[in-house]
Design a protein around this ligand. Structure first.
Ligand code: UT7
Length: 329
């Protein structure tokens, strides 16, 4: 029997605090007009002091478990995709495992920049297809507000906090994760990095003074890379799934910049009506962006059983990933 990995539950959490472009105008030399025109972002959610990646992950996971009708004690594996974990170690996934009371679950973190969620989906679906596990929780979560230099207008306007989660389970029907494509080009690692605080450049007074604990990004380079890679990545996932671009009912790209999304849609000849966009409300939530967008798309009735969804993401690494998912169990 072939075991397909169906998405049985989904959910997301965004912190209550909303930071608008007008709030940012008071903080750095920027304008609502520049941010909206160059990125499509109007506002983003920022974690409260009491929140962090594991707490938001656990909340998104509880919502996904409730929607799946699966108990935490029945989860076999928890994967947290994040570039902003609670700690270098222990893994955020272990903190989530404890918070949920997922007593029989294995747990690990996976870091592939903004592509982490799709990487996690790919890993989880292999475990299910192989018969190793039945219920796998895949979470994408970020608290990038803690790593943003709030004096650097080139980065601080872009990012937001939040978490999204899905519960995958086995199905005998040809549904769920039909294909995934994973890619990396480590030669572009310097274009988007957080240089200090780990083994290569440990924390010191100097690293703090140099701002090396903040996100460093060459926005233009990441932009060009994204525009170059997205079309090919989606076409590969579609070919692997044995469908055509016309069969895609909803395209859910990583929500980083509306201009990148529009360019991808044009390259793939997908009308914008088939493209899900919420970057205006959340900014770039990195690993969380696709599961948040998926949850909102489902909640707003834009996804029906049998629909083919195409996901694509790109980010630090540099990495990219795409997937085709058939909705329904
Ligand atoms: O998930 C992956 C993570 N990263 C990304 O997705 C980032 C991809 N890149 C981008 O989205 C875009 O490159 C940015 C939105 C980051 C920047 O947009 P851009 O159109 O590439 O602008 P730019 O960097 O070429 O800057 C144009 C001008 C510069 O001024 P000068 O040198 O021409 O006088 C910047 O200093 O815009 C200025 N600028 C700003 N002005 C007002 C940069 N940031 C701001 C700002 N407000 N927030």
């Amino acid at each position: 029997m072939i075991r397909y990995a169906a998405i049985r539950g989904w959910g997301f959490y965004a912190p209550d605090r909303v930071l608008s472009n007008f709030d940012l105008e008071q903080m750095v030399d920027t304008s609502d007009e520049w941010i909206r025109e160059r990125t499509g972002i109007s506002e983003r959610h920022i974690a409260a002091d009491t929140e962090c990646t594991s707490s938001m992950s656990a909340e998104a996971a509880r919502r996904a478990l409730a929607s799946a009708g699966v108990k935490a004690s029945d989860i076999d594996l928890i994967i947290v995709g994040s570039a902003s974990p609670d700690y270098l170690f222990p893994a955020t996934a272990c903190l989530v495992q404890d918070s949920l009371g997922a007593s029989k679950a294995g747990a690990f973190d996976l870091e592939a920049g903004c592509s982490s969620f799709i990487y996690g989906l790919s890993v989880a679906s292999q475990f299910i297809a192989a018969g190793t596990f039945d219920n796998v929780l895949v979470i994408g979560a970020e608290t990038l507000s803690r790593f943003v230099n709030w004096k650097d207008r080139r980065t601080c306007v872009l990012f937001g906090d939040g978490a999204g989660a899905v519960v995958l389970g086995p199905s005998e029907q040809p549904t769920g994760v039909l294909s995934t494509v994973l890619g990396a080009d480590g030669s572009g690692g310097d274009y988007l990095s957080l240089p200090a605080g780990s083994s290569r450049l440990p924390a010191s007074h100097e690293t703090v003074d140099n701002g090396d604990h903040f996100i460093h990004m060459s926005g233009n380079e990441v932009f060009k890379f994204a525009v170059r890679i997205i079309g090919d990545a989606v076409e590969q996932a579609i070919a692997k799934a044995g469908i055509r671009i016309e069969d895609v009912e909803l395209f859910i790209p990583h929500q980083a910049n509306i201009r990148i999304i529009q360019s991808a849609a044009k390259r793939l000849r997908l009308p914008m009506e088939k493209v899900f966009v919420n970057v205006d409300k959340y900014g770039n939530t990195s690993s969380a962006s696709i599961p948040i967008a998926l949850s909102e798309a489902v909640a707003s009735g834009r996804v029906k059983d049998g629909d083919h969804l195409a996901f694509v993401a790109f980010g630090a690494g540099l990495t990219w990933a795409s997937a085709v998912v058939k909705w329904g169990v």
